[in-house]
Design a protein around this ligand. Structure first.
Ligand code: SF4
Length: 356
C-alpha cells in the first residue's frame, strides 16, 4: 500500500486502518494529509466553526492524587490551594452573566468535600440564576471517585447529577488509552476500559460527552492511533461523543516536565488532520486556542478543525501550565473565525451535530 492508495480510499469514503494512518503520518505525506482532512471537513461538516461562551469553574485544586503530568493539584496546607463554596461559585457565575454566558464547565480535584451534596447545591444555585445555562461537569475520573466516595454505582451518581441539572460531560482525564502509559502519567487514575465504560454508561443514559487525548508527553504516534481506535470503536457502539479534543501537554510546573529527555513533543497539525480522517464518526474537532496559542489554533482550522473552543472567562489550568493568557470574549472569537473565511456559530456542549 502507498500514499496514493490511501488517498483513493479516503476520497471514496472508506474508513482508514492503522497502517494507512501511519502512511499519512510520514512527514513527506503531510501536504496530502492536510488536503484530505480539509476536504473531509468541508464535505461532512461544512464551513461553520463552533464556539461557546463558557465560564470555567474549578471548585478546588485539592486532590487525593498527584499525577506526574499535572500542574494543577495541591495538598492541604499548600499556599496555592483553594476551595470554593457553592455560594462563591454562584457569585462568580452571577458576575459573568453579562458576557452572554451559555455554559459552565466544572472540573476539579478528587476531594471529599466536593461530594454529591456539594454538587446538588452548586448546580441548583447556578440554575437559579439562569435555568438555560448548560452545565458541563466532571470527568469520568471524578464520577468514579464520587461512586466510591458514596458507595453507590456510577449509574446512580449520573442519575443524581442529571436530576441536579447536569447537561453533559467533558472529556478530560482520558490522557492516552494505553495503560502502560497511563501508569506513568497518572498511576492512581482509572484504567482505559473503566474510563471508556463510564462514557458508555453516560451515552446509554442519553448524555452527550466529549473525549480528549493528552499528546506530546511520552507517547508514540502508534499510541495515539490506539487511542483513536478505542474512541472510534465506542462511538460506533453508542454515538454519544460530540467532540474530540486533543490536549497539548505542558511541561511547566509538573514532575514529568522535569525529565525532558523522556518527552516526545509532536506537531499538532498532522495530529488534528489524522483525527478528522480517522475519527470519521465524531463530527466536531476542537482546537483549544488557549493550549495551542491563537496563531496555531487558527492554522488548525485548515487541518480539519471546526470548533474554536470557547471564551475563557476564567481558565486556571491553562494559565498555570504556561499557556496563553487572553480575555477572549464572543465578538473577538467571531472576528478571528471570520478572518479565516469561516462562519462562526455560538453553541454549547449539549449541542449535537451528525456526520453526513
Ligand atoms: S490530573 Fe486530576 S486526578 Fe491527577 S493530580 Fe491532577 S487534578 Fe488530581
Amino acid at each position: 500500500m502507498n500514499i496514493h492508495d490511501v488517498e483513493n480510499n479516503v476520497r471514496s469514503g472508506k474508513r482508514i486502518t492503522r497502517e494507512e494512518a501511519h502512511i499519512l503520518l510520514q512527514e513527506e505525506n503531510w501536504p496530502i494529509l492536510q488536503t484530505l482532512a480539509n476536504e473531509k471537513r468541508i464535505k461532512e461538516v461544512g464551513d461553520e466553526v463552533f464556539y461557546a461562551v463558557t465560564l470555567f469553574l474549578y471548585p478546588t485544586n485539592l486532590c487525593e492524587l498527584n499525577c506526574p503530568f499535572c500542574s494543577y493539584y495541591a495538598k492541604p496546607g499548600w499556599k496555592n490551594a483553594w476551595f470554593m463554596t457553592p455560594a462563591e461559585i454562584e457569585e462568580k457565575v452571577k458576575a459573568n452573566l453579562h458576557y452572554g454566558l451559555n455554559e459552565v464547565h466544572i472540573v476539579g480535584g478528587l476531594w471529599h468535600e466536593c461530594d454529591l451534596g456539594y454538587y446538588k447545591e452548586t448546580f441548583e444555585r447556578i440554575k437559579s440564576l439562569d435555568s438555560d445555562i448548560h452545565i458541563k461537569a466532571l470527568t469520568a475520573v471524578e464520577y468514579d471517585y464520587l461512586a466510591r466516595l458514596h458507595g453507590i454505582s456510577v449509574e446512580e451518581v449520573l442519575d443524581r447529577m442529571v436530576s441536579y441539572g447536569l447537561g453533559s460531560i467533558p472529556g478530560g482525564g482520558a490522557e492516552v488509552f494505553v495503560d502502560s502509559l497511563r501508569e506513568k502519567l497518572a498511576p492512581g487514575k482509572i484504567d482505559s476500559d473503566t474510563f471508556l465504560n463510564i462514557h458508555r454508561i453516560a451515552h446509554k443514559k442519553g448524555l452527550s460527552t466529549n473525549i480528549t487525548l493528552l499528546y506530546g508527553s511520552i507517547e508514540e504516534w502508534d499510541d495515539i492511533i490506539t487511542h483513536f481506535e478505542k474512541v472510534r470503536n465506542l462511538q460506533d457502539e453508542t454515538g454519544g461523543f460530540t467532540t474530540f479534543i486533543p490536549l497539548k501537554y505542558h511541561d511547566e510546573n509538573n514532575a514529568l516536565g522535569k525529565r525532558k529527555q523522556r518527552l516526545k513533543p509532536k506537531d499538532a497539525r498532522p495530529l488534528y488532520a489524522l483525527a478528522r480522517i480517522f475519527l470519521d464518526n465524531i463530527p466536531i474537532l476542537k482546537a483549544l486556542w488557549n493550549y495551542q496559542g491563537v496563531p496555531l489554533a487558527l492554522e488548525l482550522l485548515d487541518w480539519g478543525v471546526n470548533d474554536f473552543a470557547s471564551t475563557a472567562l476564567d481558565e486556571k489550568v491553562i494559565t498555570m501550565a504556561g499557556g496563553v493568557q487572553i480575555k477572549m470574549d464572543g465578538p473577538t472569537m467571531e472576528n478571528l473565525i471570520l478572518s479565516k473565511g469561516r462562519k462562526p456559530q455560538k453553541v454549547h456542549s449539549g449541542f449535537r451535530m451528525a456526520c453526513n
